[in-house]
Write a protein that binds this ligand. Sequence first.
Ligand code: URA
Length: 229
Amino acid sequence: MRLDKFICKSTDLSRTEATILLREGRVIVNDEVITNEATQVHENNSITLDGQVLTPRPSRYIMMHKPLNTVCSNVDDSYPSLFRYIDIDNVSNLHIAGRLDADTTGLVLITDDGRWSFNIIRPTKQCEKVYRVSLRDPIADDVASKFEHGVQLQGEKSLTLPAKLHIVNAKEVLLTITEGKFHQVKRMFASVGNRVVALHRQKIGGISLDIEIGQWRYLRDDEIKCFGS
Ligand code: URA
Protein backbone atom coordinates (compact mmCIF):
# COMPACT_ATOMS: atom_id res chain seq x y z
CA MET A 1 0.00 0.00 0.00
CA ARG A 2 1.06 3.64 -0.41
CA LEU A 3 3.07 5.08 2.44
CA ASP A 4 0.64 7.98 3.08
CA LYS A 5 -2.21 5.46 3.33
CA PHE A 6 -0.18 3.30 5.70
CA ILE A 7 0.35 6.34 7.95
CA CYS A 8 -3.38 7.18 7.91
CA LYS A 9 -4.23 3.57 8.80
CA SER A 10 -1.81 3.68 11.73
CA THR A 11 -2.64 7.14 13.13
CA ASP A 12 -5.47 9.69 13.27
CA LEU A 13 -3.77 11.77 10.57
CA SER A 14 -5.42 12.74 7.30
CA ARG A 15 -3.65 12.12 3.97
CA THR A 16 -2.68 15.79 3.75
CA GLU A 17 -1.22 15.79 7.27
CA ALA A 18 0.66 12.55 6.54
CA THR A 19 2.13 14.07 3.37
CA ILE A 20 3.35 17.15 5.24
CA LEU A 21 5.14 14.99 7.85
CA LEU A 22 6.66 12.85 5.12
CA ARG A 23 8.01 15.88 3.27
CA GLU A 24 9.57 17.05 6.56
CA GLY A 25 11.60 13.80 6.61
CA ARG A 26 10.00 12.47 9.79
CA VAL A 27 9.13 9.04 8.41
CA ILE A 28 11.68 6.21 8.24
CA VAL A 29 11.08 2.99 6.31
CA ASN A 30 13.60 0.21 6.96
CA ASP A 31 16.26 2.68 8.21
CA GLU A 32 15.80 5.08 5.27
CA VAL A 33 14.12 8.49 5.37
CA ILE A 34 11.34 8.47 2.79
CA THR A 35 9.72 11.72 1.63
CA ASN A 36 7.65 10.46 -1.29
CA GLU A 37 4.09 9.73 -0.12
CA ALA A 38 3.45 7.40 -3.08
CA THR A 39 6.20 4.94 -2.06
CA GLN A 40 4.81 1.40 -1.84
CA VAL A 41 5.27 -0.28 1.53
CA HIS A 42 4.27 -3.57 3.10
CA GLU A 43 2.93 -4.25 6.59
CA ASN A 44 6.11 -6.23 7.33
CA ASN A 45 8.32 -3.14 6.76
CA SER A 46 9.65 -1.32 9.79
CA ILE A 47 8.04 2.12 9.58
CA THR A 48 8.42 4.88 12.17
CA LEU A 49 7.11 8.41 12.54
CA ASP A 50 9.21 10.62 14.84
CA GLY A 51 10.80 7.40 16.14
CA GLN A 52 7.45 5.74 17.01
CA VAL A 53 6.77 2.40 15.31
CA LEU A 54 3.58 2.53 13.24
CA THR A 55 1.19 -0.42 13.25
CA PRO A 56 -1.85 -0.21 10.95
CA ARG A 57 -5.33 -0.77 12.38
CA PRO A 58 -7.14 -3.80 10.92
CA SER A 59 -9.29 -2.97 7.88
CA ARG A 60 -12.94 -2.19 8.46
CA TYR A 61 -15.85 -3.70 6.54
CA ILE A 62 -19.32 -2.22 6.96
CA MET A 63 -22.86 -2.76 5.65
CA MET A 64 -25.19 0.24 5.52
CA HIS A 65 -28.88 0.51 4.65
CA LYS A 66 -28.85 3.67 2.56
CA PRO A 67 -31.87 5.93 3.05
CA LEU A 68 -33.51 7.90 0.24
CA ASN A 69 -32.01 11.31 -0.52
CA THR A 70 -28.49 10.68 0.73
CA VAL A 71 -25.35 10.73 -1.42
CA CYS A 72 -22.69 8.03 -1.72
CA SER A 73 -19.86 10.50 -1.25
CA ASN A 74 -17.53 11.42 1.60
CA VAL A 75 -18.90 14.97 1.57
CA ASP A 76 -22.41 16.44 1.53
CA ASP A 77 -23.67 17.45 -1.90
CA SER A 78 -27.26 18.25 -2.86
CA TYR A 79 -28.17 15.77 -0.09
CA PRO A 80 -26.33 14.72 3.08
CA SER A 81 -23.49 12.21 2.82
CA LEU A 82 -24.20 8.63 3.83
CA PHE A 83 -21.22 8.87 6.19
CA ARG A 84 -23.23 11.18 8.48
CA TYR A 85 -24.99 8.02 9.69
CA ILE A 86 -21.74 6.25 10.63
CA ASP A 87 -20.54 7.41 14.05
CA ILE A 88 -17.01 5.94 14.13
CA ASP A 89 -13.50 7.44 14.02
CA ASN A 90 -11.68 8.23 10.77
CA VAL A 91 -14.67 7.89 8.45
CA SER A 92 -12.72 9.93 5.89
CA ASN A 93 -10.46 6.87 5.37
CA LEU A 94 -13.45 4.79 4.26
CA HIS A 95 -14.82 4.46 0.74
CA ILE A 96 -17.93 2.98 -0.85
CA ALA A 97 -17.71 -0.20 -2.93
CA GLY A 98 -20.32 0.52 -5.61
CA ARG A 99 -22.22 3.76 -5.29
CA LEU A 100 -25.99 4.19 -5.45
CA ASP A 101 -27.87 7.21 -6.80
CA ALA A 102 -29.33 9.68 -4.30
CA ASP A 103 -32.84 8.35 -4.99
CA THR A 104 -31.83 4.66 -4.66
CA THR A 105 -32.08 2.89 -1.29
CA GLY A 106 -30.57 -0.30 0.07
CA LEU A 107 -27.33 -2.16 0.54
CA VAL A 108 -24.05 -0.23 0.46
CA LEU A 109 -20.70 -1.80 1.39
CA ILE A 110 -18.09 0.47 2.92
CA THR A 111 -14.43 -0.27 3.65
CA ASP A 112 -10.88 1.04 3.79
CA ASP A 113 -9.55 -2.07 2.01
CA GLY A 114 -9.08 -1.14 -1.65
CA ARG A 115 -8.28 -4.67 -2.77
CA TRP A 116 -11.51 -5.99 -1.24
CA SER A 117 -13.69 -3.32 -2.87
CA PHE A 118 -11.97 -3.90 -6.21
CA ASN A 119 -13.36 -7.45 -6.17
CA ILE A 120 -16.86 -6.00 -5.92
CA ILE A 121 -16.55 -3.22 -8.46
CA ARG A 122 -14.40 -4.75 -11.19
CA PRO A 123 -16.71 -6.04 -13.99
CA THR A 124 -14.42 -9.01 -14.78
CA LYS A 125 -15.07 -10.35 -11.25
CA GLN A 126 -18.75 -10.83 -12.22
CA CYS A 127 -20.03 -9.92 -8.76
CA GLU A 128 -23.85 -10.18 -8.78
CA LYS A 129 -25.91 -7.26 -7.45
CA VAL A 130 -29.63 -7.76 -6.93
CA TYR A 131 -32.00 -4.80 -7.26
CA ARG A 132 -35.72 -4.62 -6.50
CA VAL A 133 -37.18 -2.36 -9.17
CA SER A 134 -40.58 -0.64 -9.21
CA LEU A 135 -41.70 0.31 -12.71
CA ARG A 136 -43.98 2.94 -14.19
CA ASP A 137 -45.49 0.52 -16.74
CA PRO A 138 -46.25 -3.21 -16.56
CA ILE A 139 -43.21 -5.28 -17.56
CA ALA A 140 -43.36 -6.46 -21.21
CA ASP A 141 -43.05 -10.19 -21.98
CA ASP A 142 -39.81 -9.87 -23.96
CA VAL A 143 -37.77 -7.89 -21.41
CA ALA A 144 -36.29 -10.92 -19.60
CA SER A 145 -34.96 -12.27 -22.89
CA LYS A 146 -33.63 -8.85 -23.97
CA PHE A 147 -31.77 -8.39 -20.70
CA GLU A 148 -30.39 -11.92 -20.88
CA HIS A 149 -28.89 -11.19 -24.30
CA GLY A 150 -27.75 -7.66 -23.42
CA VAL A 151 -29.19 -4.28 -24.37
CA GLN A 152 -27.58 -1.23 -25.91
CA LEU A 153 -27.41 1.70 -23.51
CA GLN A 154 -27.11 5.18 -24.98
CA GLY A 155 -23.50 6.30 -25.24
CA GLU A 156 -22.02 2.84 -24.52
CA LYS A 157 -19.86 0.91 -26.99
CA SER A 158 -20.91 -2.61 -25.99
CA LEU A 159 -24.11 -4.36 -24.95
CA THR A 160 -24.81 -4.86 -21.25
CA LEU A 161 -23.62 -8.19 -19.85
CA PRO A 162 -26.28 -10.90 -19.39
CA ALA A 163 -28.71 -9.94 -16.61
CA LYS A 164 -31.40 -12.01 -14.88
CA LEU A 165 -34.97 -10.77 -14.44
CA HIS A 166 -37.39 -12.24 -11.92
CA ILE A 167 -40.94 -10.93 -12.12
CA VAL A 168 -42.58 -10.27 -8.73
CA ASN A 169 -45.71 -8.68 -10.18
CA ALA A 170 -46.65 -6.59 -13.25
CA LYS A 171 -44.81 -3.50 -12.02
CA GLU A 172 -42.21 -4.96 -9.69
CA VAL A 173 -39.17 -7.08 -10.61
CA LEU A 174 -35.85 -8.30 -9.24
CA LEU A 175 -32.92 -7.60 -11.54
CA THR A 176 -29.49 -9.22 -11.12
CA ILE A 177 -26.58 -7.54 -12.89
CA THR A 178 -22.81 -8.00 -12.72
CA GLU A 179 -21.77 -4.54 -13.91
CA GLY A 180 -22.06 -1.10 -12.39
CA LYS A 181 -22.33 1.36 -15.26
CA PHE A 182 -23.59 4.87 -14.48
CA HIS A 183 -27.37 4.70 -13.77
CA GLN A 184 -27.26 1.18 -15.21
CA VAL A 185 -30.60 -0.16 -14.00
CA LYS A 186 -32.53 3.00 -14.89
CA ARG A 187 -30.93 3.07 -18.35
CA MET A 188 -31.62 -0.62 -18.95
CA PHE A 189 -35.34 -0.11 -18.35
CA ALA A 190 -35.29 3.12 -20.39
CA SER A 191 -33.78 1.10 -23.28
CA VAL A 192 -36.92 -1.09 -23.34
CA GLY A 193 -39.32 1.86 -23.10
CA ASN A 194 -40.14 1.61 -19.39
CA ARG A 195 -39.17 3.77 -16.42
CA VAL A 196 -37.84 3.01 -12.94
CA VAL A 197 -39.90 4.76 -10.25
CA ALA A 198 -38.14 3.23 -7.22
CA LEU A 199 -34.90 1.30 -6.88
CA HIS A 200 -33.53 -0.68 -3.96
CA ARG A 201 -30.36 -2.83 -3.80
CA GLN A 202 -30.88 -5.88 -1.62
CA LYS A 203 -27.85 -8.08 -2.25
CA ILE A 204 -24.19 -7.86 -3.35
CA GLY A 205 -22.54 -11.25 -4.01
CA GLY A 206 -23.19 -13.37 -0.91
CA ILE A 207 -24.08 -10.39 1.31
CA SER A 208 -27.79 -9.64 1.90
CA LEU A 209 -29.19 -6.51 3.49
CA ASP A 210 -30.63 -7.40 6.91
CA ILE A 211 -30.75 -4.12 8.83
CA GLU A 212 -33.26 -1.29 9.04
CA ILE A 213 -33.08 1.85 6.94
CA GLY A 214 -30.40 4.29 8.14
CA GLN A 215 -28.62 1.61 10.22
CA TRP A 216 -25.13 0.14 9.73
CA ARG A 217 -23.15 -2.79 11.13
CA TYR A 218 -19.72 -4.37 10.76
CA LEU A 219 -19.67 -7.37 8.42
CA ARG A 220 -19.17 -10.86 9.80
CA ASP A 221 -16.02 -12.81 8.86
CA ASP A 222 -17.98 -15.08 6.50
CA GLU A 223 -19.34 -11.99 4.70
CA ILE A 224 -15.88 -10.40 4.42
CA LYS A 225 -14.53 -13.65 2.95
CA CYS A 226 -17.07 -13.43 0.07
CA PHE A 227 -14.71 -10.92 -1.52
CA GLY A 228 -11.46 -12.54 -0.56
CA SER A 229 -10.00 -10.92 2.56
N1 URA B 1 -28.52 1.52 -11.26
C1 URA B 1 -29.08 2.74 -11.22
O1 URA B 1 -29.67 3.19 -12.18
N2 URA B 1 -28.98 3.43 -10.08
C2 URA B 1 -28.38 2.97 -8.96
O2 URA B 1 -28.36 3.67 -7.94
C3 URA B 1 -27.79 1.70 -9.03
C4 URA B 1 -27.87 0.98 -10.19
